[in-house]
Design a protein around this ligand. Sequence first.
Ligand SMILES: [Zn+2]
Length: 131
Amino acid sequence: MTTKEFLQWQIRRTELAIRRAERKPNAPAAELRGLREKLDHLQVALEAVEEHWRRVHQERGWSDNGPAADVRPVVHGRFVHDGTRFAGGVDWWHCSNCGSLVSGVETRFAFCPHCGADMRPKNEGMKNEDN
Ligand SMILES: [Zn+2]
């Protein structure tokens, strides 16, 4: 799941929760306020992610589907933990190579889901060339 898909999924879930809360006989005002606030945060986050990608694609001249697999350069990176970014306690990381936001699920990938950088430990299967 990409960061964008993760956010879209969260937005769908929050919209459903709002609809459910609105249907209650005495719609709980505080709960609804909290949910609408969360929805706002998620939409701002989604816009930021989409804007970031428009820029990256422009700079690199990529198609909408990102770089083709066979021209993907072998670069190494790692996921850098940013802590909690948004109200609601969602933890975020970013790729040290391309700087893209990465969700918790994506940090388990062996490659950056955005730029394709190899996120596996560098000394796996090769000697450290720097020392
Ligand atoms: Zn990356």
